[in-house]
Design a protein around this ligand. Structure first.
Ligand SMILES: [Zn+2]
Length: 61
């Protein structure tokens, strides 16, 4: 084989990484009336809550 699979692999990897960079965003609380809503399980919490007491989720910083 005279092809160069490594070069092609790098291109694919670069594309993969740049795609991930756009899809990975900071995740925070959803706002539901005057409550915070966990984006993972949908549980409602007081505005003072810092982590979800239902599933243990916490906002990324
Ligand atoms: Zn939760």
């Amino acid at each position: 084989m005279a092809t160069s699979p490594n070069d092609a692999g790098d291109d694919v990897l670069d594309q993969f990484l740049s795609d991930r960079g756009h899809t990975v965003e900071r995740i925070g609380w959803e706002q539901e009336y005057n409550k915070k809503q966990c984006p993972e399980c949908g549980g409602l919490h007081d505005p003072s809550a810092s982590t979800c007491t239902v599933c243990g989720w916490e906002p990324t910083r």
